[in-house]
Design a protein around this ligand. Structure first.
Ligand SMILES: [Fe+2]
Length: 194
């Protein structure tokens, strides 16, 4: 049972002008595909070959973990984005908005803290909005391929802060990419993960 590269949930150019079709082509078509292809090579002939991606992430180590976690993180990431013309960006509503108010004092404060954490994250990694086991929301940063999936936090929203996520559009300006991220963020997806 090979792990598949999930198709994008929108057209490759649909996140423009915030995230270009070229970035999406490389990020989904080259980087994510490479993680999936390498993972399939690594699991062939092992007990992991019959496992779901989430279970491989939770059970693997070393290169197999890195490629499985990156395959999962990226599939999650594309769902965290939504074309601005199709409802992306804006403000969260309902139970998610209430939980954000409670944990951060409002969505503006969440964005500020999220951006600070993203800018502080050294090298490659991910920044997450997570729901703790007791129900409250929190922010988390993970290095390289690491993912909340291996812990007790439930991921609600992810921002890929590897340079490959923004170098074509914004060169080394991670802060500009974060502005773009908020313009196409998919709050409904985050809410659906609570
Ligand atoms: Fe990435």
């Amino acid at each position: 049972m090979a792990i598949e590269l999930p198709p994008l949930p929108y057209e490759r150019s649909a996140l423009e002008p915030h995230i270009s079709a070229e970035t999406v082509d490389f990020h989904h078509g080259k980087h994510q595909r490479a993680y999936v292809d390498r993972l399939n090579e690594l699991i062939t002939g092992t007990p992991f070959a019959e496992m779901a991606l989430e279970d491989i992430v939770r059970g693997a180590q070393g290169a197999m973990f890195n490629n499985a976690a990156q395959a999962w993180n990226h599939a999650f990431y594309w769902q965290c984005l939504r074309p601005a013309a199709g409802g992306g960006g804006g403000e969260p509503t309902g139970a998610l908005a209430e939980a954000i108010d409670k944990a951060f004092g409002g969505v503006e404060a969440l964005r500020t803290q999220f951006d600070e954490l993203a800018l502080r994250t050294f090298g490659s990694g991910w920044v997450w909005l997570v729901q703790r086991a007791e129900g409250g929301l929190a922010l988390a940063a993970t290095a390289n391929a690491a993912t909340p999936l291996t812990g007790s936090d439930k991921p609600l929203l992810a921002c890929d802060v590897w340079e490959h996520a923004y170098y074509i559009d914004y060169r080394n300006a991670r802060a500009k990419y974060l502005e773009a991220f908020w313009n196409v963020v998919n709050w409904d997806f985050a809410a659906s993960n609570m």
